[in-house]
Design a protein around this ligand. Structure first.
Ligand code: 5GP
Ligand code: ZN
Length: 114
């Protein structure tokens, strides 16, 4: 996936502000934060979006959410709360075609989609 920005972040070709890293998962600050805390959590493996997940990816998705739990504790947003969003496809406005979960936090969120 030579053209994928997030694959380039995973392999170090593009710098990022890393928040968490393990064998399978990377988390880094969003370049264009929409909230005081705006972190992207991605699998190191290239998967385009939720709709491209295979059964073999079930453990990986679990690891992503365990990482989100760890990050929330590490950066001190676990108590006050946060929102996790994954935009999937055109109608949701997904701009980077590498599965990612936005962690948003740091102020009270009034706008609710759901
Ligand atoms: P999407 O709109 O696909 O759900 O989210 C893509 C996110 O990636 C956006 O919030 C955008 O600001 C962020 N982003 C795009 N390119 C880069 C980059 O090179 N570095 C970082 N840290 N974030 C990026
Ligand atoms: Zn990728």
């Amino acid at each position: 996936m030579e053209e994928c920005i997030f694959c380039k972040i995973v392999n170090g070709e593009i710098p990022s502000n890393k928040v968490y890293e393990d064998e399978n998962v990377l988390a880094f600050k969003d370049l264009n934060p929409q909230m005081p805390v705006h972190i992207l959590v991605i699998p190191k493996k290239h998967i385009e979006s939720i709709i491209d997940l295979k059964e073999d990816d079930e453990i990986l998705v679990g690891k992503i959410f365990t990482s989100i739990n760890k990050i929330a504790h590490d950066i001190g947003i676990a108590n006050r709360g946060f929102r996790v969003i994954s935009n999937c496809g055109q109608d949701a406005g997904q701009t980077v075609k590498h599965l990612h979960f936005h962690i948003l936090a740091g102020e009270k969120m009034n706008e609710r989609i759901v």
